[in-house]
Ligand binder design. Structure first.
Ligand SMILES: *Cc1c(COP(=O)(O)O)cnc(C)c1O
Length: 393
């Protein structure tokens, strides 16, 4: 216990201790926090504003009424309903892959995907900024590990060559489709070219893209026209598709078949609850018809970016509704987020070790539920506080 106390003290003294703000409303463009204040929410992964959509709530309720609260089984024993199979069919169909398999979360999908496919004679080449779950999944496989500088295609080419020269039998390149701390979209077309040159495979985690990036919201492979050249796609039902829970791997039929036989988070963990499955199916169907929501989301992102640039802020990312407001100093970023909350804007500051030292930022995430007025009010609040704090003129 002494060690635990010391660790906690250390986190507090380094300013890394995280507290949780309590919501007393559904997730939405506006949320109510514990003191009863309604605040504009700019930090959810609720890109299409579907988390509180009555159609999703109704579909989840209907699924629960029909199939009960829980499965109390892993999939292969007695945890597979026709609804689970429907979700996997529709997920694959939406993404344009042959098949898909669902997990309790994308964290589990990424934890599952590498180990059955790659052994000690193989290599995985990973972007330095990849999500924690990709890093953990790679650790769980016996393949040799290589890293390349984030989104640097020359470095990727060099590192893949190195893996090949070291004798790797199969090389897999692993990347986030969108880097969530920075709001950048990976250049999958360039990556697939490199993969082709070296006969390597490509794995993409599209959590911050499925539903709203690319034509029809079909993700970064669709955006770059490389759906058929990406070998493994993973993603979540917990973000734009309604924000419930569940993850998936979408790939060729045989790869999905092998996952059902060998993926440990699939074999040894409970099947998704029917309510979540019903909600996810409704989410997928809604997203297929959500051109107007996607247009609103991207309009909001453009409006915010323009307003904030004009106000003099340094913004990260490009072409994505994650828009980091770069501040630099961790304490300054945290103070700014607190002051924004006082003005009814809910945003979060990110600092080391989540992002590199001295690159603290307020990561804003746009949402189709926001109006022009919401965006303008938020830009005005940033500008006023930024000028009070001497960050912008
Ligand atoms: C959110 C996220 C995950 C985890 O997804 P869950 O379904 O919430 O477990 C994995 N990878 C990336 C890139 C993410 O952003």
């Amino acid at each position: 216990m002494e060690r635990v106390h010391n660790q906690l003290d250390e986190l507090r003294s380094e300013g890394l201790y995280k507290t949780e703000r309590t919501l007393v409303s559904p997730q939405g463009g506006t949320v109510t926090v514990l003191d009863g204040q309604a605040v504009l929410n700019f930090c959810a992964n609720n890109y299409l504003g579907m988390a509180d959509d009555p159609r999703l709530v109704q579909a989840a309720n209907a699924a629960m009424t029909r199939y009960g609260y829980g499965m109390a089984s892993v999939r292969f024993i007695c945890g597979t309903t026709e609804l689970h199979q429907e979700l996997e069919r529709e997920t694959a169909e939406f993404l344009g892959t042959e098949a898909s398999i669902t997990f309790a979360a994308c964290f589990d999908a990424n934890g599952a995907v590498f180990e059955p496919l790659l052994g000690e004679r193989d290599a995985i080449v990973s972007d330095t900024l990849n999500h924690a779950s990709i890093i953990d999944g790679i650790r769980l496989s016996k393949a040799a590990r290589y890293r390349y500088r984030t989104r640097d295609l020359d470095d990727l080419d060099r590192v893949v060559s190195e893996a090949v020269a070291d004798g790797a039998e199969t090389v897999m390149i692993a990347t986030d489709g969108v880097f969530s701390m920075d709001g950048f979209i990976a250049d999958l077309s360039g990556m697939c070219d490199i993969a082709d040159r070296h006969d390597a495979l490509v794995m993409v985690d599209d959590c911050h893209a499925t539903g709203f990036v690319g034509p029809g919201g079909r993700g970064t492979p669709a955006l770059h026209g490389v759906v058929d050249r990406v070998d493994i796609l993973t993603g979540t039902f917990g973000k734009a598709l309604g924000g419930g829970m569940g993850g998936f791997i979408a790939a060729r039929t045989e790869v999905v078949e092998l996952m059902r036989q060998r993926a440990r988070p699939y074999l040894f963990s409970n099947a998704l609850a029917p309510g979540l499955v019903g909600g996810a199916i409704a989410g997928l169907r809604l997203v297929a018809e959500a051109d107007e929501r996607r247009a609103q989301l991207h309009r909001n992102a453009r409006r915010f970016r323009e307003g904030m640039s004009t106000a003099g802020f340094d913004l990260g990312g490009a072409g994505h509704p994650i828009i980091p407001v770069m501040i630099g100093d961790a304490a300054t970023a945290a103070e700014m987020a607190d002051r924004l909350l006082e003005r009814g804007i809910y945003v979060i500051a990110f600092s080391y070790p989540v992002v590199p030292k001295d690159t603290a930022r307020i990561r804003t995430q746009m949402n189709a539920a926001h109006t022009d007025e919401d965006i303008d009010r938020t830009v005005a609040a940033f500008a006023a506080i930024g000028s009070e704090m001497g960050l912008v003129a």
